[in-house]
Design a protein around this ligand. Structure first.
Ligand SMILES: [Zn+2]
Length: 324
């Protein structure tokens, strides 16, 4: 009885094999986590090797596996409780990486969990059940990944991006409302997922603000992982509600209007995609003109990357306080 589903699933697996939900791992997730690791070590000058190399590698492996699946896993890793549920491709098809901070917004649709909540809970349970800290770090990598994604507006408004094919697995028509693109191979990409980190600007930011950031990290070591995630989601929501510099009447949120009634997903702006040159027209009629290399785009994305790095550091602090 599952065969049509499985056939479709195989098609989706092929499409998913290019990473499509969230930051592109090599461009986004891994550099964000690596900078967070080195900044975190700088915060604790007395104890810079608190995260042993093996813990770091396992965390990065878990982070990457959230998009790439379990290819790099050993058989032993696959046997870990919640290992396959958290990291396997099959699990990925019905568990996406979006997250809206308001828990009243319904994210379940049939077999699909459009938000990351199931993955998040499996990762937490996997972490608690794992007997060694290096295995726990693998699941920490999953939490780090899902948290980093939330710094991308389209992940937490949320606006669907990924393989448009998934809508063909849903016969109710609900997903078709939010997922544009008719071809079975269409992959909707979010431009922010593909913008590399401006490492010079980030390093400049941390060298000026390091003391205060380190203080903030250690003073928030009582936060739970859920609270860390929630704070980052609110930060991203707050950022898109700001007016765009030099356009006092237009907000960043105009790029991602929430104009489908009662739908989990908002949409991309009809005429203008983030990063493009042109006129962003808000529903009020006010507009904002952008150049292709507009520095306001760069500043906006840089701020999101910095938020993600700081949230990672908070997760590391949580891990250290609870397990090391
Ligand atoms: Zn992701």
């Amino acid at each position: 009885m599952y065969s049509p589903y499985i056939r479709k699933t195989v098609i989706i697996l092929c499409i998913l094999s290019s990473s499509v939900f969230g930051y592109e791992p090599q461009i986004g997730h891994l550099p964000i986590s690596q900078i967070a690791l080195s900044e975190y070590a700088l915060c604790d000058q007395q104890n810079p090797t608190i995260f042993k190399q093996q813990i770091k590698l396992r965390m990065l492996q878990g982070n990457k596996a959230m998009d790439h699946g379990t290819w790099s896993f050993s058989a032993k890793d696959e046997d870990l409780a919640y290992g396959l549920l958290t990291f396997h491709y099959i699990s990925r098809i019905t568990n996406w990486h979006f997250y809206h901070p308001d828990s009243n917004i319904k994210s379940r649709h049939g077999k699909f969990e459009m938000s990351h909540v199931r993955l998040w809970n499996w990762a937490k349970q996997g972490l608690n059940r794992a007997s060694s800290n290096t295995d726990k770090a693998l699941f920490l990598g999953a939490l780090v990944h899902l948290t980093e994604d939330i710094s991308v507006p389209a992940h937490t408004i949320p606006v669907f991006h990924g393989p448009a094919t998934v809508k063909y697995l849903d016969t109710s028509g609900y997903l078709s409302q939010a997922i544009k693109g008719d071809s079975i191979t269409t992959i909707i990409k979010d431009p922010i997922d593909y913008i590399p980190l401006d490492k010079a600007a980030i390093s400049q930011y941390f060298s000026v603000n390091r003391q205060q950031i380190c203080k903030q990290i250690s003073s928030t070591n009582h936060l739970t992982v859920d609270q860390i995630r929630h704070q980052l989601a609110l930060k991203t929501h707050l950022a898109i509600e700001q007016n765009i510099a030099k356009c006092p009447n237009v907000r960043w949120s105009a790029f991602w209007p929430r104009n489908i009634d009662n739908h989990y997903f908002g949409q991309y702006h009809f005429g203008m995609i983030f990063g493009q040159s042109g006129k962003l027209i808000q529903d009020t009629g006010n507009y904002c003109q952008f150049d292709v290399n507009d520095s306001r785009y760069k500043t906006f994305v840089n701020d999101r990357h910095i938020d993600a790095i700081i949230a990672d550091m908070q997760l590391f602090e949580w891990f250290k306080s609870n397990f090391l």
